[in-house]
Design a protein. Structure first.
Length: 74
């Protein structure tokens, strides 16, 4: 559903998620292996999510964001 300002909210959320994941991996390249193991996906899937070519389902997206926040706190 388009936002009144003409912005598609789903696209905006996907873009923000992609940028957050990409930034986290750029700042900590070794982090790529951890979410791959945690979410039982290939490291290439983590890369595709970070560059925006793959988008996880909303529930998984929230789990990934929590995971990134937890890793940053270490």
């Amino acid at each position: 559903m388009p936002h009144p300002g003409g912005v598609n909210m789903k696209d905006m959320v996907n873009s923000i998620f992609q940028k957050a994941l990409s930034c986290s991996l750029t700042n900590n390249p070794t982090l790529k292996q951890k979410p791959a193991r945690q979410f039982e996906v290939a490291p290439s899937t983590v890369e595709r999510r970070a560059n925006g070519t793959a988008v996880p389902r909303p529930r998984i997206r929230l789990q990934i964001i929590r995971f990134i926040k937890h890793e940053r706190g270490k």
